[in-house]
Ligand binder design. Structure first.
Ligand SMILES: NC(=O)c1ccc[n+]([C@@H]2O[C@H](COP(=O)([O-])OP(=O)(O)OC[C@H]3O[C@@H](n4cnc5c(N)ncnc54)[C@H](O)[C@@H]3O)[C@@H](O)[C@H]2O)c1
Length: 411
């Protein structure tokens, strides 16, 4: 797979916009294609909106932001992109036709991925040129903050395509989860759908309102799920003997069972109840306001999980370690080049961490706030630890370069 400098997007709705924001933030140029010219303004707005939360996710030094361009000609996009992500509506025949057409304009070493929520890759790649470079890469909304991307290969997908795509998604801060076998709905949407079906049944039968059912998750299991999934949580619930005891104790209930497999009929009455329920939960807040609230707590949760090095926090931590290491390497090379050019480097502290002071870090008198100083210097300790560990693993003394310090942001 070629090195990805330009990401091509086909379809720039909710998901295309999310991909654009994430890729641009991590220094990848984006060529976005949508049949509707008005989507240019929409995607630029979506990227600007996402930037608020994204810019708070990490203080690690990022590469310069990518550039966004827009076209209404998908084939022009396909000729420029190093990697293409398709995000058009979830209709099998539409996707098949568009993917087959696009694959004849994209060079054969360009990976093409679909964001489909549940269609199988073997069905999507049927009419494509070079189908071995196709896979499903299913993200989650908001794509710019949630790291999960499910990778699914079809019958004709090459293993190298899945590996190359995993490397690219890791580079832009994601957690690629390779799905072993293609099944409709992949992994996560099957789980989400099981919950969703039961919600619809309970609202339909007036067992609970949408708000009460959301409370049943938000105040309980939802908090656990951010760090441990259902299986590990149930292992803990089984006491000293873990999952074995859990299955003995609660296994018989699976025969009753509590829940249903078939979804209820979506009658007008049920749709009205769902809409009225969620309208009451929104309590007058617009979708934009709720999105901002969601984005803010998603950033905060990932920063907390980073300290415990679990789940999405582990992804964030390893991303930061890479970014700090890259920044340190670049700084070391600059110092070496300066020394080679005769600059008096000896005895001077090395600048191994450089961070731009962002406008929101500056207080009323034009200085960086004290809390940001603490945060920056705390983060400056990370690459030092990483370099030392690395040196120890190789059985060497830590290099002098390990005595790093943060580039002091100008007061
Ligand atoms: N919305 C979600 O939460 C979510 C999450 C994960 C995956 N997905 C998947 O992502 C895909 C897109 O979903 P969405 O919610 O962003 O849809 P959307 O309706 O918001 O956006 C689709 C966009 O595709 C454009 N489009 C339609 N036909 C086109 C064509 N032939 N060429 C170029 N552009 C075309 C439309 O103009 C529109 O802007 C679907 O496959 C969906 O299953 C959605």
């Amino acid at each position: 797979m070629r090195r990805v400098r330009t990401l091509g997007l086909l379809g720039t709705g909710v998901i295309g916009g999310g991909w654009a924001a994430r890729a641009l933030h991590f220094g990848i140029d984006v060529v976005a294609a949508d049949l509707r010219p008005e989507m240019e303004d929409w995607i630029r707005g979506a990227v600007a909106n996402a930037e608020g939360a994204l810019s708070r996710l990490t203080l690690a030094p990022l590469p310069p932001k990518g550039k966004l361009s827009f076209t209404t000609d998908p084939n022009a996009m396909a000729r420029q992109a190093d990697f293409i992500q398709e995000n058009i509506p979830e209709q099998l025949q539409l996707k098949q036709r568009v993917l087959a057409d696009m694959s004849r304009h994209a060079p054969p070493d360009v990976v093409i991925a679909s964001s489909t929520s549940g269609l199988r890759p073997s069905d999507l790649q049927l009419g494509m040129a070079a189908p071995e470079r196709f896979l499903v890469a299913h993200p989650f909304n908001p794509v710019y903050l949630l790291p999960l991307v499910e990778l699914v290969g079809g019958r004709q997908t090459a293993a190298a395509t899945l590996d190359g795509a995993a490397r690219f998604f890791t580079y832009i801060g994601m957690h690629p989860l390779k799905v072993r076998r293609e099944v409709p709905g992949h992994l996560t949407d099957r789980l989400q759908e099981a919950l969703w079906r039961e919600i619809l049944h309970m609202v339909n039968e007036d067992v609970a309102t949408t708000g009460e059912l959301d409370d049943s998750i938000v105040y309980g299991p939802g908090l656990r799920w951010a760090g441990m999934g259902t299986n590990l949580i149930y292992h803990l619930a089984g006491g000293e003997t873990g999952m074995r005891h859990m299955l003995r104790q609660f296994g018989p209930a699976l025969k009753w069972p509590w829940t249903r497999l078939e979804a209820p009929e979506l009658t007008e009455e049920l749709i009205d109840k769902m809409v009225a329920g969620t309208h009451a939960q929104a309590a007058g807040r617009s979708i934009r306001e709720l999105e901002r609230l969601r984005d803010d707590y998603l950033v905060a949760i990932q920063q907390v999980l980073r300290e415990y090095n679990i789940g999405a926090g582990a992804t964030l931590r390893s991303l930061e370690e890479r970014l700090y290491e890259e920044s340190a390497t670049a700084a070391r090379e600059r110092v070496r080049a300066a020394a080679d050019a005769g600059a008096p480097a000896a005895g001077e502290p090395l600048r191994l961490l450089e961070i731009a002071v962002r406008p929101e870090w500056v207080d009323y008198n034009g200085h960086m706030t004290d809390s940001r100083y603490l945060q920056v210097f705390g983060d400056a300790a990370r690459p030092r630890a990483a370099v030392r560990d690395d040196a120890r693993a190789r059985g060497r003394r830590p290099a002098r370069a390990a005595r790093s310090r943060a580039a002091s942001p100008a007061r």
